[in-house]
Design a protein around this ligand. Structure first.
Ligand code: PLP
Length: 457
């Protein structure tokens, strides 16, 4: 993968450096045991080698976010006049709903600019509690167990730092969002990737989790709807995983940041839909960024059992003090205002239309290319190793070629499997068509069709 504009990549299945080896044929799960995400210390990618002695072991395995790096590189190229459709970035192309922005202005005018309560303003926690309860058939949600943070990324960090430490293992279904392994490593726990089944939208089942379970496993981070695949765990799958976790006394960090962006009926199935006895060791992660087009406002939340919520709040009291105060008022409106709800419904309809279009075009114009049919979020995850006659093309090489053809994408290496590539379809319909034209032309040019797509649904 050296030589890619995306830089070195360290998350690969054991024995699975797909840039060098002949990749398995379609339908073959990357079921080789995953090695730890930790490899050679990555600090050299962060700073001048002459300063490497200065680095604390705290960041020995730290690596900058690839998605953020690609997005920055794309912005740089676009500013220099290059014609690139940016499909790398995981954020809606819509503006924040007006009522939300107005609530922030009003809060500022009313002087809500001082330190907020460390745990978050009561109005926002109440609005969130109501919203989550409504989505999960009236389940009782205690607002005092909600901790508001500067984005759900911080909520995930708070939860992991509070729950996991040295000697703990944390299972992470892969392909996985880039930050999970990094966050777990920052907590000095061990991230263990568990590869999902291509025949099942790259989701993991209890069978795969059992294979990685031992006495050291203390947690699981599960993302549904999933970044990067767009797959969604069904109610039955969620229940089975919750029962597995209960049996092994494992904490679940349920990252449901994309719950509202779901193409089935209502919001996506959730761990909050489960009976109380299966939720005792669940930390729910939620936030305003994705469904409310509020990525820049930095508001996220964790809902946890009371002692964990208290510990997270205490931890946060020494790190950020609390989340951006006016943004909390904006988010309180986002989670409670009927007009905003209608805008969210429209945005989700637009994502669904774009999803339909990408799927339709790939099916019709690249029938051999395997992909996960997205049921939520706004990502399209497709497999590229079979797009060249040698059938060993990497996601990184494909993304370099796509960038040269005018489309920015994220290689699967960033998520743990470099046979795949992630496209974010949170772009305008026009840009989507242009990007599809360019990518499908590239796939034709690369000159081969992948094997009959048994896993494509
Ligand atoms: C799966 C997942 N979780 C959490 C986040 C963090 O979102 P934020 O910190 O903006 O709330 C993201 C953002 O890309 C994400 O994709």
């Amino acid at each position: 993968m050296g030589g890619s504009v995306f830089g070195p990549v360290d998350i690969v299945p054991a024995g699975g450096d797909y840039s060098k080896s002949r990749a398995p044929r379609s339908g073959t799960a990357p079921s080789a045991p995953c090695r730890r995400v930790r490899g050679a210390p990555l600090s050299l990618s962060l700073m001048d080698p002459t300063m490497s002695d200065a680095l604390s072991p705290n960041i020995a395995y730290l690596k900058p976010s690839e998605t953020v790096a690609i997005s920055a590189e794309t912005k740089r190229r676009r500013a220099a006049g290059e014609d690139i459709v940016d499909m790398s970035v995981g954020e809606p192309d819509f503006n924040t709903p007006r009522a939300v922005a107005e609530a922030a202005v009003k809060a500022i005018e009313k002087g809500m600019t001082r330190y907020p309560p460390n745990i978050g303003i009561a109005e926002l926690r109440a609005a969130l509690a109501r919203d989550v309860s409504l989505m999960s058939r009236g389940v009782a949600i205690n607002p005092d167990q909600i901790v508001i943070s500067n984005g759900s990324k911080q909520s995930i960090f708070n939860a992991c730092f509070t729950l996991f430490g040295p000697k703990d293992k944390v299972l992470i279904p892969a392909p996985a969002w880039v930050s999970y392994p990094q966050i777990v490593s920052l907590c000095r726990a061990e991230p263990v990737l568990v590869h999902g089944d291509p025949e099942w939208g790259l989701k993991v089942s209890v069978k795969e989790l059992e294979q990685k379970t031992d006495k050291l496993v203390k947690g699981l981070i599960l993302c549904s709807p999933c970044n990067p695949t767009g797959a969604t765990y069904s109610a039955t799958e969620i229940r089975a995983i919750a029962e597995w976790a209960k049996k092994h006394d494992v904490w679940i960090i349920a990252d449901e940041i994309y719950r509202r962006i779901y193409y089935g009926d209502g919001p996506a199935p959730s761990f909050m839909d489960l009976p109380e006895e299966l939720r005792q060791k669940v930390v729910l992660i939620y936030g305003a960024s994705k469904a409310y087009a509020m990525t820049g406002w930095r508001i996220g939340a964790a809902y946890a059992p009371m002692p964990i919520a208290k510990a997270m709040a205490a931890f946060q009291s020494h790190t950020t003090t609390g989340a951006n105060h006016p943004a909390q008022w904006a988010a309180a409106t986002a989670f409670s205002d009927e007009k905003v709800e209608q805008e969210v419904t429209k945005m989700v309809a637009a994502f669904r239309r774009r999803r339909d279009r990408v799927v339709e075009r790939f099916r019709a114009e690249a029938p051999g290319v395997e992909f996960v049919e997205p049921t939520g979020a706004f990502y399209f995850f497709f497999r590229v190793d079979g797009t060249t006659p040698e059938r060993n093309y990497t996601g990184s090489a494909f993304c370099d070629a796509a960038m040269a053809a005018g489309v920015a994408l994220v290689p699967g290496a960033a998520f743990g499997d470099d046979r795949w590539v992630r496209m974010s379809y949170a772009v305008s319909d026009k840009e989507l068509e242009t990007a599809c034209d360019r990518l499908l032309a590239l796939i034709r040019k690369l000159g081969a069709q992948a094997p009959a797509a048994s896993g494509a649904r």
